[in-house]
Design a protein around this ligand. Structure first.
Ligand code: HEM
Length: 145
């Protein structure tokens, strides 16, 4: 490995660590992410519009929650633990509408407000969630809807 590559890797590592520390100071840790995820999906499962879609597609809930913990910790704490394929996972689902995505985002925002009192802690979650929801909607909901 040449010196330049080594220095770049060290810099990326330092930036990743700084991001993680900044979020931890705002109360975002592996533990509070797990609380966010479990509270959110409890709410999702009870939702009349989203519950049937999730309950119909997911048989192993502990596994789904574990996947979602790695997903959010990779995005927010830069843990690099998520290895799935979100686009493909949603392409398998039938009958999604833009209202489903809208509702998903409302429930997510509501749960974030419960778990993280600090607005700065919620902001990176919501920014990512909105962007990903938009992307998923564009590939799963027919254009005329
Ligand atoms: C209408 C809204 C949504 C519905 C109905 C939905 C439904 C689902 C379902 C049923 C699964 C499990 C698929 C399987 O295991 O076969 C899943 C997985 C997943 N969802 Fe969603 N989802 C929605 C929105 C979102 C959004 C907005 C995000 C990200 C911000 C997201 C992130 C993920 C991820 C990361 C997985 C795991 C994929 C993998 O297996 O690696 N979902 N979703």
């Amino acid at each position: 490995m040449n010196v330049q590559v080594f220095e770049d890797l060290q810099r990326i590592q330092r930036e990743r660590e700084a991001d993680r520390l900044r979020m931890e100071e705002l109360g975002v840790t592996e533990e509070t992410i797990a609380l966010l995820v479990s509270t959110f999906y409890d709410r999702i499962r009870q939702s009349p519009s989203l519950g049937p879609i999730f309950n119909g597609a997911i048989s192993d809930w502990p596994k789904h929650l574990a996947t979602m913990n790695t997903f959010w910790s990779s995005l927010i704490l830069r843990s690099n633990t998520y290895t799935g394929k979100p686009i493909q996972a949603h392409m398998k689902l039938d009958g999604l509408t833009k209202e489903h995505y809208h509702h998903w985002l409302i429930l997510f925002d509501l749960t974030l407000r419960e778990v993280f009192p600090e607005p700065a802690a919620r902001e990176p979650f919501m920014t990512r969630a909105r962007a990903i929801a938009e992307r998923l909607e564009s590939v799963t909901v027919p254009a005329h809807e």
